[in-house]
Design a protein around this ligand. Structure first.
Ligand code: ADP
Ligand code: ZN
Ligand code: ZN
Length: 755
């Protein structure tokens, strides 16, 4: 990240200024240039007021080819240097200005920065910032219904109608859906009572975000917390750019502490953004926020409806949303006066987006704070190596919370050497872990069994001929999902019913499931502990965020004895009754050979998961099943010696010139035909400009050689930290002959995926 910062400042956009009478407009398409239009005022019949309305960031409708398209007025023209000036007679005029708040000037700058850093066409970045087509649709007025006291009874007074009338008799205005739900009937019943005149439609006021009060609840802090609070408050008070790394074990009170920084920004009248890895947008967090600020924050995540997205986008743009809690894309909302960003669980790789625009949201949050000249706080119990290095070199303030607020001890973690203590054949839970679960159950406490693998079994093979069932479109095995009785591809979504016969040799009943997924662990648990109440948490089994929150609440309320889950249980939850965490496969994350962060990531995950145990009055315990108990990651987890692990990782990175000591970029070439992908990848490699200091590795076939029927080849670019990777890549890409046919080239700067 530091390396990003080195380059801030010399970021004036390319291109000159448009002739004053022309308006540069950027279209949300894969292009890096603006188009010039005549202003509105040039048209007959328009007032100056309407023309004055057009400002940089305004959304306008413009004729583009045969179509009308929505574009954004830019503050200078881009990418037109050297182009022949357009014949003035051919210039077209803006059609109209849309009644949508403009994108703030700082967001335009931010978009240019991201485009340059990630080598993504600016139009695509802006498209991402527009978030939802629904921002251009007027908000539908909402109606509720109210009881009409002196109306005659409806013609047919069914029990359902009676219940609706009984509920509505209190005179409150409710939406039809809310009334129907309260009365336990369909909205059709409510509609009927509107027709009969017993209920009347009433327009509801426009929805607004909750009012937040920075002084709603005063917290008292421990001494260590108090000093962290003071540091963060002074960072906000300074009203300039700074990065603080809030580093404290789970349960140390990081959330409570950073809430005080948020309160300060609120008191200054500025907007604040709290970024969480998607899944951690839990009801628990929202509840705590409400308790502290007297109102709910505005939430931004992938499960929002288009209408919600549009509404929230406008709330943010108009400054009505004071605090947004959101996943990575919340960073691109149009904040006119953002004054603070918190990135919680900053180490989480969920902040890296690998789709369309490839960006690391934590890093881009730091860039955004720098552009806006305000502080950013990165919080984690297991900060990334990048952030540790920045804290060591003094670029980041290191704010440490040493122990748990409750005084509870960190869990005692032990390794279970699966070579010495293997589970029974066809089972996945070792005798020691079984015993620990049994003891925990006897004490009426909760256990969590963690396995980061969805489904029942990762591989299905034929006993007779050894055939392994693969995805027809990907080089990956199909994963059995027994609840659905189907085999699924986790890369492309392909699925088929579990076959009775071997698709290759035709032998019947000989297909065997190999290896465990969470569903299989759940099956073993049901057999071993038939009396235990089990909660299975796997994203594919939970239809919605609402239901997910329901299950989490049940676990918190100790309505489950054994919790079995994937990653989604690892993050941000607080289960007070949880005493034991068993990691079914501790080695799972280490296998990704090419990934320089595999060790770090496994450490973080295992630390986070085992850290779920014993957060309240219970002493926690962790058991990690592994075939590699001597691996440094296992050693670090068991000994709890985080610092030694970090020290070792830092040295590895330093020696290998890996991030943050070096820069990486991946180029992925894909095509329908393997030969094409390979040939083009080799051509691209040959076009690489020579540099003494930059190494281009590959091309090699990607570990995941085929996805969705596309063959993939990878190149990895390695550069020392002080090199300008983007300039090098741009020069290189300019030398690559245009891609033909179905060939695609993806550039991933600072890659986190190596498959
Ligand atoms: P972290 O974010 O570091 O995991 P939290 O902020 O979630 O820690 O705190 C862990 C638990 O301790 C929470 O239940 C929280 O309410 C409680 N807690 C932490 N600090 C305080 C405090 N100063 N006063 C009251 N409760 C606190
Ligand atoms: Zn077979
Ligand atoms: Zn597939």
């Amino acid at each position: 990240m530091d390396s990003l910062l080195d380059r801030l400042g010399n970021d004036e956009g390319a291109g000159g200024t448009a002739a004053p009478s022309l308006v540069p407009v950027l279209l949300p398409v894969a292009l890096d240039q603006t188009y010039d239009y005549l202003p509105l005022a040039e048209q007959a019949g328009l007032t100056d007021a309407a023309a004055a309305h057009v400002q940089p960031g305004s959304f306008v409708l413009v004729p583009f080819g045969p179509q009308m398209r929505i574009g954004v007025v830019w503050d200078h023209s881009i990418g037109n240097d050297g182009a022949k000036p357009v014949n003035p007679k051919k210039l077209k005029a803006l059609d109209s200005v849309l009644d949508v708040p403009p994108i703030p000037a700082i967001s335009l700058k931010f978009a240019e920065w991201i485009s340059r850093y990630t080598l993504t066409p600016l139009g695509m970045v802006v498209r991402m910032m527009m978030s939802a087509q629904s921002i251009f649709e007027p908000e539908k007025p909402r109606f509720g219904v109210r009881y009409v006291p002196d109306a005659a009874d409806p013609p047919r007074l069914s029990p359902a109608r009676q219940r609706v009338l009984d509920t509505a008799a209190d005179g409150l205005i409710r939406t039809k859906a809310a009334l129907a739900e309260a009365a336990g009937c369909t909205t059709g019943v409510v509609d009927g009572l509107v027709t009969s005149g017993n209920l009347v439609d009433v327009a509801l006021p426009e929805r607004k975000p909750a009012r937040l009060d920075p002084a709603h609840k005063a917290n008292s802090f421990s001494e260590a917390q108090e000093s962290a609070v003071a540091t963060l408050r002074s960072a906000v008070d300074a009203r300039n750019f700074s990065v603080s790394l809030l580093d404290g074990v789970t349960g140390s009170g990081k959330t409570e502490v950073y809430f005080e920084a948020v309160a300060r920004a609120l008191a200054q009248g500025r907007q604040a953004l709290i970024m969480l890895p998607e899944i951690a947008l839990t009801s628990q967090f929202m509840g705590r926020f409400e308790a502290r600020f007297g109102g709910a924050p505005v939430e931004w995540h992938s499960a929002l409806s288009p209408a919600d997205r549009g509404r929230i986008w406008k709330w943010v743009a108009r400054g009505e949303a004071r605090v947004v809690v959101g996943a990575r894309s919340a960073l691109f909302l149009p904040y006119p006066d953002l004054g603070l960003i918190i990135v919680d669980e900053e180490h989480d790789t969920g902040f890296k987006q690998d789709d369309r625009v490839h960006y690391q949201a934590r890093d881009m949050a730091v860039v955004r704070a720098n552009l806006g000249d305000f502080p950013v706080v990165l919080a984690s119990a297991t900060p990334s190596i990048e952030s540790h290095v920045n804290a060591r070199t003094g670029r980041y303030r290191h704010v440490i919370l040493p122990g748990r607020f409750s005084g509870a001890e960190l869990p005692d973690v032990q390794a279970v050497d699966l070579r010495a203590e293997p589970p029974d054949k066809g089972r996945w839970i070792s005798p020691r872990l079984v015993e620990a679960v049994t003891e925990t159950l006897a004490k009426g406490q909760q256990s969590l069994l963690y396995l980061n693998r969805r489904g029942y079994a990762p591989l299905t093979l034929c006993r007779s001929c050894g055939h392994r069932i693969e995805c027809p479109q990907c080089s990956a095995w199909l994963v059995e999902h027994r609840f659905r009785n189907r085999l699924h591809c986790h890369h492309c979504g392909f699925s088929l019913p579990v076959p009775e016969k071997c698709p290759k040799c035709g032998s019947e009943g000989g297909m065997v499931a190999c290896g465990p997924g969470v569903e299989r662990v759940a099956e073993e648990v049901a057999e071993r502990f038939p009396e235990a109440r089990v909660a299975l948490l796997s994203s594919d089994l939970i239809p919605s965020l609402v239901e997910m929150r329901e299950i989490i609440k049940k676990i918190e309320a100790r309505e489950a004895d054994i919790i079995i889950g994937t990653q989604i249980v690892a993050k941000g939850h607080h289960f007070p009754g949880l005493a034991l965490v068993g990691i079914v496969d501790g080695d799972l994350g280490l296998a990704q050979g090419a990934d320089p962060r595999a060790g770090e990531r496994t450490f973080q995950l295992l630390h986070q998961v085992t850290g779920r145990a014993g957060r309240a009055e219970i002493v926690g315990r962790g058991l990690v099943q592994t075939y590699n108990p001597e691996h440094p990651v296992m050693q670090a987890i068991v000994s709890g010696d985080r610092d030694a692990f970090i020290e070792r990782e830092i040295q590895v990175r330093q020696r290998g010139l890996l991030p943050p000591y070096g820069r990486l970029a991946a180029l992925i070439v894909s095509a329908r035909h393997k030969e094409t992908a390979e040939r083009v990848a080799r051509e691209i490699a040959r076009a690489a400009p020579y540099s003494e200091r930059i190494a281009v590795l590959g091309p090699t076939e990607a570990p995941l050689a085929v996805i969705r029927g596309r063959h993939r080849w990878r190149l990895l670019v390695k550069a020392p930290r002080e090199m300008d990777m983007q300039t090098y890549l741009r020069a290189w890409l300019a030398a690559v002959p245009p891609l033909k046919g179905d060939v695609r080239l993806t550039v991933d700067v600072d890659p986190y995926g190596f498959l």
